[in-house]
Design a protein around this ligand. Structure first.
Ligand code: DQA
Length: 147
């Protein structure tokens, strides 16, 4: 099993960026934790970060055929991007939306997700653990389908 893990815009700034909201963990540390969990689960992960909507869309397109699922933190594109939502719908891969912060407890504009309706579900508010919970969720979902 191979899962695409995508980080959206500004997540390369983790550790420096608004630590009161996002903590002091760096993206490299998040990726290391994801890779460790993937090893424990016996699966492969492809991890990528981009600040560009088009690069994220291309990554989702190329996951069709090579990956069985997607874990995505669309970051600010969560609240703006119909194109990202359409990309997930287009490839018809199961996707889990994750957020470090609880987007439902912040500004009103963050409570709206264009991605959630095309995702299996959303995990928000657990810091870096949101990614690990998301990876476990998609792993369990796909495994159930395979067995
Ligand atoms: C975020 C929440 C978004 O609203 C914000 O734009 C981000 C990070 C999170 O992980 O909490 O960039 O996706």
């Amino acid at each position: 099993m191979k899962i695409l893990v995508l980080h959206g815009p500004n997540l390369n700034m983790l550790g420096i960026r608004e630590p009161m909201l996002y903590g002091d963990v760096t993206l490299a540390e998040v990726d290391a934790a994801i890779t460790t969990l993937a090893g424990e689960l016996g699966i492969q992960v492809e991890i990528a970060q981009s600040n560009s909507e088009s690069v994220l869309i291309d990554k989702i397109h190329s996951a069709a055929g090579s990956c069985q699922g997607v874990v995505i933190n669309p970051a600010a594109y969560t609240h703006t991007s119909v194109a990202l939502r359409d990309a997930i719908a287009a490839v018809a891969l199961p996707a889990v939306e994750v957020h470090l912060s609880n987007i439902h407890g912040r500004e009103k504009f963050r409570t709206r997700s264009y991605i959630a309706p095309v995702a299996l579900g959303q995990i928000a508010g657990f810091g870096a653990d949101s990614y690990l919970l998301g990876l476990r969720a998609i792993f369990n979902h796909i495994k159930k389908g395979l067995s």
